[in-house]
Design a protein around this ligand. Sequence first.
Ligand SMILES: [Zn+2]
Ligand SMILES: [Zn+2]
Ligand SMILES: [Zn+2]
Length: 138
Amino acid sequence: MNRSIEQLLEAHSLRKTTVRNQVLDIFLKAKEALAHSDIESHFEQVDRITLYRTLKTFEDKGLIHKAIDGSDKPKYALCNSGCDEHEHFDHHAHFHCDDCGKTYCLDEVEAPTITAPAGFQVASTHLVVTGKCEQCVA
Ligand SMILES: [Zn+2]
Ligand SMILES: [Zn+2]
Ligand SMILES: [Zn+2]
């Protein structure tokens, strides 16, 4: 799949800005989900508020989703092309490596649909798989 930065921003009705371009570039090159600190480390200097807003905008517009991995550090990963500003369709599992702490999207593994007990209302379901990633197994 060949997704350029410009196509992605345009497809999600986002104006080009230097920070947006840079952040998107970082996500396109990353294999794993990224925490704020991971993204910050790519910049010599970046305004944290701007970075925070950029991630929020990307999430709202369906470009990135929270990769829930059971840790207390929020991480984000690029969405598949089906997400937009109305809805995310990232119902896949996330793999959290116990050794290196990296988190990966398992795009092919769907989180199950949960039937809650009477009186409970399900808002979201997150499937987290833990273990060793391929780099740590090797
Ligand atoms: Zn999404
Ligand atoms: Zn690992
Ligand atoms: Zn994911």
